[in-house]
Each structure stands twice: as structure tokens, then as C-alpha cells.
Design a protein around this ligand. Structure first.
Ligand SMILES: [Zn+2]
Ligand SMILES: [Zn+2]
Ligand SMILES: [Zn+2]
Ligand SMILES: [Zn+2]
Length: 501
């Protein structure tokens, strides 16, 4: 992997630094790739191995510093051994046993900031060129509860017991701010989202609630260089000079929720095209149905004001953003409560929430999409059934959910985005089986059957293109490999599939 970079950095007095395409980029083109400046546990972390960042039960401790690891291989990984392990051993800072290792463990708060500080000393040039310029918003954060929290759990801990008073209070707070605002989440080798990484180049890209890049973090889990390297690609075609945007928030959320998240955790008011439009560019992610009239829908009167009135398009009904925000929070809580429920029970529970809110939310509302995204991946996955065994009514439901979700994704996650890739993959299977059933029942001719099969194979082809961008050892990368094999076989055998049906 080369360090070639296909963007240039521009400066603007109002918005600061931003990145534009150096030349015309096609969807899928690599824009750049970089190693993290530092990586480590996220804030609010449960107990992790400090080598591989997998969750641990804290029964095995590092032989040198007595903090949790998986074993001797992990304690010798350089991300631990050459950083906090040396500091903790020297200052004799031992890990304090906890009751429940899966609970948030505040002792971990200091780890990632400490790694950043130590790397700053080892690589002052990279710090000066790439990190020092990053926003830490100490002025705003000073007014927030997070400041006291960091002061107590990180600043005083490092400068006191860890004997690191060579780092000033201000510097440590700045490092905390830089991490809070700029770090990207990553999954550990077991697939759990326990890690945060600081990518200086990726952090230059401005935020937009519709990103035009795709980033994939390749966790090798060897604790050495090249671990957690990020590869950034164009998700859609970008003209020469076009600005590059990443998204710091969850694209499926409605504007009200995205803007609140960005304001509270990234300290800015997003005014992007999607946020500024009442209909969220026709996706209606935040729109509600009016229950006071027949065809009315309820939308914000000013999406950039989070306290404004929301009005029905057909009758006099009015409410306000604060009330709508409460409705969204209640629905989100119901969805979160079934987050880990899979199998037939998971389908039933989500379909029940879906039915409950169908009369309250616009059909394309975010929470309907969030439910669809889970349901499309659950239907047809039961061990007892393969797609071939499912009744048409279930297959049709899966197709319907995929298509409704894609309608929204085509706008808010355009091009080669991970969630589009997965949804397209989920769509191709039921399309193929349904076509076969229709042909066998004489609903369609052989010619139409062949056409429908070809269309389904093309859907799979697009999914392959997207999922092949993912690191090979990630779940999506493995799905991509499997999908590619299936795609090639289907293309080769389409005639036989038609004749033998
Ligand atoms: Zn480990
Ligand atoms: Zn150690
Ligand atoms: Zn926005
Ligand atoms: Zn109405």
C-alpha cells in the first residue's frame, strides 16, 4: 500500500482546512491510506486486553505491569509494551480489580490519551505536522461536565500517580479534546467496536451528513505498524476540485438527532444541504404522519432551528421539535431494547415495533429504515430454513424491505457504501428464488425468467463491487469474497439454471 495521496488541502478563513480531489475520481478509487497516529480503547470502555483490545474477564494480567491482557503474546504487542506498560511498571500503577469486567471501567480512560502523549514524544515531527493543528475546543469543553471528568480521571491520574507531570494540564486536556472530536471508531480483531483511532488525514475532511467517501479500517491485530490502517475511497464519482466529505454521525438518524449529536460531541451546528432541507432531500427521514387528518404529514418549519414548530401539510395541527425529539427517543429506546435479539424472535419483535409506528411515522422515516436494515439481514437467515424453503410471502417481504431501504440509501449513503453493499446482497437471493417460483408456476415465460435472473445477478454484482472494498478479514470482506464466488458461478451457469428449473 503506497502513501500516495489524491487530494489537496485548501484553507478558508470561515471553515478552516478542507480537502478537495486532486484529479477526477471514480467510485471505488483509492484517495489515500494512512496509519493511525495512535489507537486504543474508546472512552467508556469495558475491560479490554491492552494488546489486542478484545474484551477480557481480567483473570490474566500482564507479567510486567499487572493490567489485563489475554496472555504473553498480547502483553508483548508493541502498542502496549512500548507505551503504558513501561509507564505503569515504572510508577507501580497496578490495575484495580473490578466487580464486573463488562461494565464501564474508568481506569481505561487514560490509556489512549497516554499513548498519544508518548507518541508525541517519540515522533514530534508527525505531532507538529498532523496533530497539533487539530481542533480540541478546550474553550467550549471547559464549560461541560466532560472537563471535570477528564481532569479527575485522566489529567490528575497521569500527572499524579503515573508521575507524568512533564505533560502540562493544558496539553493533556487538548489531547483528550482532539480524541473526542477527531477519533474514528474501529472494530477489534473479534469484530467488536472497542477501539478508537486518530487518523490525521481523514480528520481533515469536512463533515457532511451525506458523505462521498468510504473508509475501511484494516485491523490486523498484530499490535505493530500497519495495524488499523485506514483505506479511503471515493464512494461516488467526484470531479477534480470537488470537496471530500466524511460523516461524523450515523447517516440513518433524522436531522434532529444528527444535529444534536454533532453539536454535543463535535461542537458545531451542521448546516449541510441535507440538514437544511425539511424533507431531508426527499428521504423524509424525520417526517411524521398526521393523525388529525387523512393525508397530512408533519415536518419541521425550520430544520436548522431545533426548537421550531413542526406543522402538518394538510391541517392546522402543530407541534414542536422538542416533542418530536421525545417521540424519536422513545422509538429508539424500543429498538435498542431488541438490539441483541436475533432469529425468529428478533424478526417478530422488530415487525411488532414496525407495525406499532407505521401509523405514526412517514414510511421512509429513519426509524422505519433502521428497522428495515435489521430485518433485511434477519429474514432467510434461520438455520432451519434456506431461502428456497421460504414461502413467497416472506421472500416478497424481504424484497420489499430491501427496496424501501435502498430508496433512502441511494440518497443518504450513495454509491459504494457498506450498508448499500449489504442490502444489495440481501436483495439478490429472494429475487432469484421468486423468479424461479414464478416460472415454475407459469406466471412468467422462460424469457422473462432469464431476464429476472440476470437482473438479480447484476444486483449481486454491484454488492460484490462494494463489499470487495472491505478488508479481507472483516465480516463484510468475507461476505464480499463469498458473494464474488457466487456471482462468477451464476454468470457462468445462467443458461443451465434456466433450462434445469
Ligand atoms: Zn489480547
Ligand atoms: Zn504490561
Ligand atoms: Zn448535516
Ligand atoms: Zn394534519
Amino acid at each position: 500500500m503506497t502513501d500516495e495521496v489524491h487530494f489537496t488541502i485548501e484553507r478558508d478563513d470561515n471553515v478552516g482546512r478542507y480537502a478537495v480531489a486532486k484529479e477526477k475520481l471514480n467510485a471505488g478509487d483509492i484517495i489515500f491510506s494512512e496509519e493511525p497516529f495512535a489507537y486504543g480503547p474508546k472512552s467508556d470502555s469495558a475491560c479490554l486486553c491492552l494488546g489486542c483490545h478484545n474484551l477480557v474477564d481480567c483473570t490474566v494480567l500482564c507479567s510486567k505491569c499487572s493490567w489485563p491482557v489475554c496472555g504473553s503474546d498480547c502483553e508483548n504487542l508493541s502498542c502496549h509494551k512500548n507505551y503504558e506498560c513501561e509507564i505503569f511498571s515504572k510508577a507501580n500503577i497496578k490495575f484495580q480489580a473490578v466487580e464486573d469486567p463488562s461494565d464501564v471501567c474508568l481506569q481505561y480512560e487514560c490509556i489512549t490519551p497516554l499513548r498519544v502523549l508518548l507518541i508525541k514524544e517519540k515522533n514530534p515531527q508527525r505531532w507538529e505536522e498532523e496533530i497539533q493543528l487539530m481542533e480540541s475546543h478546550n474553550d467550549i469543553r471547559k464549560q461541560k461536565p466532560i472537563w471535570e471528568f477528564n481532569q479527575h480521571n485522566i489529567v490528575e491520574y497521569l500527572r499524579g500517580p503515573c508521575k507524568l507531570d512533564r505533560f502540562s494540564e493544558d496539553l493533556i486536556h487538548s489531547v483528550c479534546g482532539i480524541l473526542e472530536i477527531n477519533a474514528f471508531e474501529a472494530r477489534n480483531p473479534s469484530g467488536y467496536s472497542t477501539v478508537r483511532c486518530l487518523f490525521p488525514k481523514l480528520a481533515i475532511l469536512s463533515h457532511n451528513c451525506i458523505s462521498n467517501i468510504h473508509h475501511a479500517i484494516d485491523v490486523k491485530g498484530n499490535g505493530n505498524s500497519n495495524d488499523y490502517r485506514v483505506i479511503v475511497r471515493a464512494a461516488v464519482g467526484i470531479p477534480k476540485g470537488g470537496q471530500l466529505y466524511s460523516s461524523y454521525t450515523y447517516s440513518l438518524w433524522p436531522t434532529l438527532v444528527r444535529r444534536e449529536f454533532l453539536r454535543e460531541s463535535k461542537f458545531f451546528d451542521c448546516k449541510c444541504e441535507r440538514c437544511s432541507d425539511k424533507t431531508e432531500l426527499g428521504t423524509h427521514c424525520g417526517t411524521l404522519k398526521c393523525n388529525k387528518c387523512d393525508n397530512g404529514i408533519i415536518m419541521s418549519t425550520n430544520p436548522l432551528d431545533d426548537t421550531c414548530e413542526w406543522k402538518c401539510t394538510h391541517c392546522e395541527f402543530k407541534t414542536n421539535a422538542v416533542a418530536v425529539r421525545k417521540v424519536f427517543a422513545a422509538i429508539q429506546a424500543e429498538i435498542d431494547a431488541v438490539d441483541y435479539t436475533t432469529g425468529p424472535g428478533g424478526i417478530e419483535k422488530r415487525e411488532a415495533i414496525y407495525r406499532k409506528y407505521r401509523s405514526v411515522l412517514h414510511p421512509k422515516n429513519s426509524y422505519m429504515s433502521i428497522l428495515r436494515s435489521a430485518l433485511t439481514q434477519l429474514y432467510g437467515k434461520s438455520d432451519e430454513y434456506t431461502l428456497e424453503d421460504l414461502p413467497d410471502i416472506i421472500l416478497e417481504r424481504k424484497v420489499e424491505l430491501c427496496n424501501q431501504l435502498l430508496e433512502v440509501l441511494n440518497v443518504i449513503e450513495p454509491g459504494r457504501s457498506r450498508i448499500r453493499g449489504i442490502t444489495l446482497y440481501e436483495l439478490h437471493g429472494p429475487l432469484m428464488v421468486l423468479a424461479k417460483h414464478q416460472y415454475l408456476n407459469d406466471v412468467i415465460t422462460k424469457e422473462f425468467f432469464r431476464n429476472d435472473l440476470k437482473k438479480a445477478i447484476d444486483v449481486l454484482g454491484e454488492a460484490v463491487q462494494i463489499l470487495k472494498q472491505e478488508p479481507e478479514n472483516s465480516p463484510e470482506g468475507q461476505l464480499g469474497n463469498m458473494a464474488e464466488t457466487a456471482y462468477k458461478q451464476l454468470l457462468d451457469n445462467i443458461d443451465m439454471l434456466v433450462e434445469s428449473a
